[in-house]
Write a protein that binds this ligand. Structure first.
Ligand code: 5MM
Length: 340
């Protein structure tokens, strides 16, 4: 393991004004996204769509530090034969790879999941490094409902995240550590805060026990938000105050950066909340690692038609720029409308 190389890549992923495009939807997830825009999820359609994103210059060069890919995409070639990974590298962005095998039911814990994928991971990481990946992602999923999450499920997921992170660093790959507390349900922001605090404490204890080099990771957490069905939705200022307090209480400052997931927030909310967080000048770089909040607009604009590629790229460039500004605490609603 080269600690210098890991720290350098981790810092590059959270460099000022840049953030991560999460384009690692598994086949079933991308099929759902495509179904919503009336597109059949064929290999060629997935390639065309992702190719248009990675060819969005100069936005990729200016705002996107890294792209998380799915196994199919990291091996895929653009229509002209250029590997998609090369398009990302040419834009000065870092290719990354989702290495978990998904969240599966945790035996004995009804309604809870454990993320799988540790078996054979060392070998797969070596292959992914050879294919150009310099960072990876593993997502643990924690749901909030009556009686859950349990301590048993939290500890099992924290342990798996830490084992994954240690394996990545051994392979000179920066692990993105993603413990996602879901925002489904009707819970209050305070409940999300409390669950996220327990989860983050467990994750950082496990990372310490597995001897993970904290300067060489990026944390990808949820913000402290109310559940989607809660009647009391928090303002960006409230989300920011709670989120920064949460992370100050749980995340060591050795971690170079926090790249948030959007988790089902609208693209506008995800930008406004990130901006409010950055305005509080937290002790880490803060940025985005958004899937839906970056892609909903370009997917809609594209709708599977070659004639719409330019419009889709414009929509993607706009969201990337707005989130870049937000990561610096320089975004505003009028600016968003003016630029649109
Ligand atoms: C892009 O979606 C990622 C993969 O999801 P599946 O394994 O369910 O197909 C997902 O892990 C994503 O990276 C994070 O949830 C962040 O994306 P959002 O849409 O929450 O910003």
């Amino acid at each position: 393991m080269s600690k210098d190389q890991l720290a350098q890549v981790a810092q590059a992923l959270v460099a000022p004004g840049r953030g991560i495009l999460a384009a690692d939807e598994s086949s079933s997830t991308i099929a759902k996204r495509f179904a919503a825009i009336g597109v059949e999820s064929t290999e060629a359609a997935r390639r065309d769509y992702r190719e248009l994103l990675f060819r969005t210059t100069p936005a990729m060069q200016k705002y996107i530090s890294g792209v998380i890919l799915y196994d199919e995409t990291v091996r895929q070639k653009a229509a002209d034969g250029t590997p998609l990974v090369s398009l990302i590298e040419k834009a000065g962005s870092i290719p990354g790879i989702k290495v978990d095998a998904g969240a599966k039911p945790l035996p004995g814990f009804p309604g809870e999941t454990i993320t799988e994928g540790l078996d054979g991971l060392a070998g797969r990481l070596k292959d992914y490094y050879d294919l150009g990946a310099r960072f990876a992602k593993w997502r643990a999923v924690i749901d909030i409902a009556d009686g859950i999450p349990t301590r048993g499920a939290i500890l099992a997921n924290a342990e798996a995240l830490a084992r994954y992170a240690a394996l990545c660093q051994e392979a000179n790959i920066v692990p993105i550590v993603e413990p996602e507390v879901l925002m489904d349900g009707g819970h209050a922001l305070q409940r999300c805060y409390e669950v996220s605090e327990v989860v983050l404490r467990a994750v950082f204890t496990a990372l310490y026990e597995q001897r993970v080099f904290l300067e060489g990771i990026v944390l990808k957490p949820n913000m402290a938000v109310a559940g989607k069905k809660s009647p009391h939705q928090a303002s960006p200022a409230e989300v920011a105050a709670a989120s920064v307090r949460l992370f100050k209480n749980t995340v060591p400052v050795a971690v170079p950066g926090i790249a948030f997931l959007s988790g089902g927030q609208s693209d506008f909310e995800a930008t406004a909340n990130l901006d409010a967080i950055a305005r509080l000048s937290p002790p880490w770089a803060v940025t985005f690692s958004y899937g839906r909040a970056l892609q909903a607009a370009p997917q809609k604009a594209w709708s599977g038609k070659a004639a719409n590629v330019a419009a889709a790229q414009a929509a993607f460039a706009h969201r990337a720029q707005m989130n870049s500004l937000a990561s610096l605490g320089q975004w505003s609603e009028p600016l968003e409308k003016a630029a649109a």
